[in-house]
Ligand binder design. Structure first.
Ligand SMILES: Nc1ncnc2c1ncn2[C@@H]1O[C@H](COP(=O)(O)OP(=O)(O)O)[C@@H](O)[C@H]1O
Ligand SMILES: [Mg+2]
Length: 262
């Protein structure tokens, strides 16, 4: 079971869209996937057409009053389950900040889940802030996938998240945390800027940069308002094809390193 945090402290860069689309594409490819919505805004939950649910969220597991497995619900997509989010999850920030073990709590919960061998991948959708939910997510992950929008400010954000990953490693909470990949989102082929940003990232992170880029499309933007994945909303469009290709690339990268960590 590999735990993959989809993270970038900037909002609106495509984290949730990537978390939903990658989870759904991996499930479609036969992987058993659990999506944990760790953003109190619950966009991954509602984007899948599921009602946000504070009671059913990671709140109680994180404060030590429930197990993750009691909060898992199926989605209509075969092989894809979710722990939904809800506004109350925001309260966990304060509760966790008071405890000494806030960085390792989610990791411990996930270790219990690993023993069940029910999932190949656990995907974490994280909030756009440097709060406890974000650092806890990173500290509990085996690897990080950074969605990066093809804009100049995206590069600044990249330097920051890479630094945060280093800090988490150095804290000892997750010494093996790996920067798995960088997925370029909202690519606009008509502009030189998009191409320049991709070029710049490939100079600094040649091994992490995904070959497949996700274009900016109206269909991708619309899908969550229908509570649908891009594969349901526009099955054969460029958005679907690019996220499927990125998921295949993800699987290939993982088969090269020996598949999911047992
Ligand atoms: N490739 C894309 N093309 C068009 N719109 C997109 C694309 N990716 C994301 N969006 C839209 O941009 C907004 C922010 O994306 P989201 O995935 O919610 O980002 P984050 O989780 O990082 O805040 C959402 O309204 C989403 O539907
Ligand atoms: Mg989001």
């Amino acid at each position: 079971m590999n735990v993959v945090a989809i993270a970038n402290q900037k909002g609106g860069v495509g984290k949730t869209t990537t978390a939903i689309s990658l989870s759904a594409a991996l499930a479609e490819a036969g992987q058993r996937v659990l999506l944990l919505d760790l953003d109190p805004q619950a966009n991954a939950t509602s984007g899948l057409g599921i009602e946000p649910d504070s009671e059913g969220s990671m709140y109680y597991p994180l404060i030590g009053e429930a197990k993750i497995k009691d909060k898992i619900i199926p989605t209509r997509i075969e092989n894809l389950s979710i722990v939904p989010s809800g506004m109350d999850l925001a309260g966990v920030e304060i509760e966790l900040a008071r405890s000494d073990d806030h960085l390792t709590r989610l990791r411990k919960l996930l270790t219990a889940l690993k023993r069940g061998k029910q999932y190949d991948y656990v995907i974490l959708d994280t909030p756009p802030s440097l709060g406890v939910l974000m650092t806890t997510s990173l500290a509990s992950a085996d690897e990080v996938l950074i969605p990066l929008q093809c804009e100049w400010f995206g590069l600044e954000g990249l330097a920051k998240i890479v630094h945060i990953i280093e800090q988490i490693r150095e804290s000892g909470a997750a010494p093996k945390l790996k920067l798995e990949g960088i997925l370029m989102t909202m690519f606009d082929g008509r502009t030189n800027l998009s191409r320049q940003v991709v070029e710049e990232v490939s100079n600094y992170f040649p091994d992490q940069l995904y070959e497949n880029v996700i274009p900016r499309t109206i269909r991708i933007g619309e899908a969550p308002s229908h509570g649908k994945t891009i594969f349901e909303h526009d099955p054969s469009g460029i958005g679907s094809r690019s996220y499927r290709a990125a998921a295949q690339e993800f699987l290939l990268r993982h088969s090269e390193v020996g598949g999911p960590i047992a």
